[in-house]
Design a protein around this ligand. Structure first.
Ligand code: 0X9
Ligand code: ZN
Length: 424
């Protein structure tokens, strides 16, 4: 009886949304830079065994792997590493909870100051809650006649999902550029930097050509339920919050759930995994509704798609599911390099570019492979924004604007390419 009660309470804990902030007391982030394929294999084994949250998955020789080590697993992981002969690892983030506390106090204080409510006075140097971002969407919609908010669905928990359309009148057709953020809800910089970027496009005369020459569609928050969870429960939540009927753990990795080589390599069939691909392709309303919205433009009618993540400063393009290259590899590579150069010229930050499976690791069911193959978007990119791991997902708010400035320079290059390439 006692064990049945224990089991039931475990199930309740595992599937119910957090009501108190998740504690990371004693947790650390460790980094291993694997020198051999054998060590990469061993790291993967440790990951599966300890159900690790990889902040950066094992990929290639010499590429750092970051993972969260909860206090209660630290001893066992250390023993396992030493048994496997892995001694060369370092504690990369010493105290995750202290970093979380710093991060929290930094974003809570200045937010109280932003009292005025319009696009100009909105505070772009801090992170914003779900409701504040909804409010920003409304402000853009009401202040700019060529900006329209459109609802394209509801989330698992019933929140409205919006895309902002920026379509200045013009006698000639213009290329369409689609930008999204926050499919992984802990990657706050993705939305924060894009709010700043779209404000610049709207208000800074230097960037007015961005919306004169292209029509833009912007989804500021894909995984809205998860984002709310990161503000009110677990700051490091990554997945959706859906609950599978037979599952002990909630959530699906949105970037493994797209109907493109779904459930192949680089995605997990295990519901408790951080990279769980879900029960069926596009099982998540967040993915399904966005896919329907993209398809409503018609195959091949979107010129560029940028899905925004963090971290590690990468510009990735298809394919992720295989190391096979696309027929557009050369142009994706050249434009990736030019974006990287433009980004570096702003604040000296270096972004690596390349096909996703080689540039990072094999992943199936990701957004960019789907937009490329299924929606016919030739210029499909995944941006991984700052940093290189010092703060990881807990990037301090004072980096939002600099990160936005460099990302904007990258998007300007992409816009120039699609305008030149446009052939309606
Ligand atoms: O694993 C992911 O989904 C992405 N990294 S993250 O740290 N933001 O979670 C990388 C995806 C790479 N694959 C493709 N772009 N296809
Ligand atoms: Zn991500």
């Amino acid at each position: 009886m006692r064990s049945l009660y224990l089991l039931l309470s475990l199930v309740v804990v595992a599937v119910s949304p957090s009501t108190v902030p998740t504690s990371y007391e004693g947790a650390q982030v460790w980094r291993i830079t694997p020198p051999t394929l054998d060590i990469i294999g061993k790291i993967k084994k440790i990951g599966a065994l300890f159900e690790l949250d990889f902040w950066k998955d094992p990929s290639a020789i010499g590429r750092p792997v970051d993972f969260l080590v909860p206090a209660k697993k630290a001893g066992d992981i250390r023993d396992f590493l030493s048994r496997e002969g892995i001694t060369d690892y370092k504690v990369y983030i010493e105290d995750v909870q202290a970093l979380l506390d710093d991060h929290k106090s930094a974003y809570e204080k200045p937010r109280e100051r932003s009292a005025t409510r319009d696009v100009s006075s909105f505070d772009y140097s801090v992170y914003h809650t779900v409701d504040e971002i909804y409010e920003w969407i409304d402000m853009v919609d009401s202040e700019y006649p060529f900006a329209t908010k459109r609802q394209y669905g509801v989330t698992y928990e019933g929140r409205p999902m919006y895309v902002l359309e920026f379509k200045k009148t013009s006698s000639d057709p213009k290329p369409i550029i689609f930008v999204d953020a926050l499919i992984h809800c802990r990657e706050w910089i993705s939305t924060a930097s894009l709010l700043f970027i779209f404000k610049e496009m709207l208000q800074n005369p230097t960037y007015s050509h961005m919306m004169d020459e292209a029509d833009w569609y912007f989804v500021p928050m894909i995984n809205i339920d998860g984002y709310d969870e990161t503000w009110n429960g677990d700051r490091l939540w990554r997945k959706t919050v859906s609950t599978g009927a037979s599952s002990l753990c909630r959530g699906v990795d949105g970037n493994r759930n797209w109907d493109s080589h779904w459930s192949e390599d680089g995605a997990s069939p295990l519901p408790c995994s951080y990279t769980y691909h879900g029960p069926t392709p596009a099982s998540e309303s967040e993915v399904r509704n966005l896919a329907d919205l993209i398809l409503s433009f018609g195959f091949g009618n979107i010129s560029a798609y940028v899905t925004t993540h963090s971290y590690t400063q990468l510009i990735l393009y298809p394919y992720g599911w295989s190391t096979q290259l696309t027929p557009d590899d050369q142009i994706l590579n050249d434009t990736g390099r030019m974006m990287s150069e433009a980004i570096e010229a702003v604040h000296g930050m270096y972004y690596t570019w390349g096909p996703a499976a080689e540039g990072i690791y094999v992943t199936s069911g990701a957004t960019d492979d789907w937009t490329y193959d299924e929606a016919g978007v030739k210029m499909s990119y995944t941006f991984e924004l700052r940093d290189l791991g010092q703060y990881g997902f807990l990037l301090p708010a004072d980096q939002i604007i600099p990160n936005g400035e460099e990302f904007l320079a990258g998007l300007e290059v992409l816009k120039n390419f699609v305008v030149d390439d446009f052939n309606p």
